[in-house]
Design a protein around this ligand. Structure first.
Ligand SMILES: C[S@@+](CC[C@H](N)C(=O)[O-])C[C@H]1O[C@@H](n2cnc3c(N)ncnc32)[C@H](O)[C@@H]1O
Length: 276
């Protein structure tokens, strides 16, 4: 198998605690979009907070570039694809670039098309991604970059929106590190926003240390909140404030393993936490 050849993912279709179909990776034991299931979570955590519909309606000759980090079963990507497909002809084009080292979960989801939203044109797009690694319509392009993250981010076009959805920091520690987010920051255009389900203190401190402004994201399951990061603080509805900084200083899990030894001082000195 070459380094760019997607590897097999050992996964199965399961039912979440609320009865939604979802895909579970047997190796990590993690369920993609647990509890509420893929359709609701893709919309609530990624498509709606990224204001995709509004951004696509803004006149611009260049496509809006969405990096879909962790293609998995394609639920986040296809939710964005469907939204773009439904936009009027005058809307901006959407370019989705999906990253993963496996196409296994998408292949399984497409086999269960009705449960995972791959009926009709969306199914045509996903099947093309599986066979040709890209698909194109008048409104939307969708391409797949195989291989190991975060290294493959070096192949990314400059991004406007990022859906950051790897497995948890426990299963995928290298994707929640300062190094990974610094690689991401290098491919973010001014005005870009980054959306992720993790609201862990170490996720937020890693994003801050990598050069993002960071705020609270939408609520996930069980009363937790995700994270919304951006190249510009003004974009954030709820930026982390000095009270969060105080919690950071008391946290026993404040930073990822690759944070510098003076991480707390570096974060505290960021413009986000200094009075204007
Ligand atoms: C939680 S799932 C993604 C779910 C997906 N966003 C969806 O909407 O269905 C995480 C994905 O990240 C991929 N992944 C984990 N570590 C990776 C790595 N180092 N490089 C590339 N892909 C990775 C896994 O193969 C898996 O498909």
């Amino acid at each position: 198998m070459s380094p760019t050849e997607p590897r097999e993912l050992d996964c199965e279709v399961v039912e979440t605690s609320l009865g939604a179909p979802a895909i579970r990776d047997r190796v990590t034991g993690e369920v993609m979009h647990p509890v509420v299931g893929p359709a609701i979570e893709a919309s609530r955590l990624y498509v709606e907070p990224s204001r995709l519909a509004t951004r696509l309606a803004e006149p611009d000759a260049h496509p809006l570039v969405l990096l879909d980090v962790g293609l998995g079963a394609g639920s986040n990507a296809i939710a964005a694809w469907r939204l773009s497909a439904a936009m009027p002809g005058t809307a901006r084009r959407l370019a989705i670039v999906s990253f993963d080292h496996s196409l296994g979960a998408l292949a399984l989801a497409v086999e269960h098309a009705a449960e995972f939203g791959f009926e009709g044109e969306a199914g045509v797009a996903a099947r093309a991604l599986l066979t040709d690694r890209r698909h194109e319509t008048a409104r939307t392009s969708w391409s797949f970059v195989p291989g190991e993250l975060p290294e493959t981010l070096a192949q990314a076009p400059l991004a406007d929106v990022v859906f950051w959805d790897p497995f948890s920091p426990k299963a995928n520690p290298s994707l929640w590190s300062v190094a990974a987010f610094a690689a991401l920051r290098r491919v973010c255009r001014a005005g870009a926003t980054v959306h992720t389900y993790s609201g862990a203190t170490a996720t937020r401190s890693a994003l801050l240390l990598a050069g993002f402004a960071v705020g609270v994201g939408p609520s996930t399951n069980a009363g937790k909140f995700g994270t919304l990061a951006a190249t510009d603080r003004e974009t954030l509805a709820e930026p982390l404030d000095r009270r969060w900084l105080e919690r950071l200083s008391r946290s026993s899990a404040a930073f990822p393993a690759d944070a510098p030894t003076d991480a707390l001082a570096r974060v505290a000195a960021l413009p986000q936490f200094t009075p204007a």
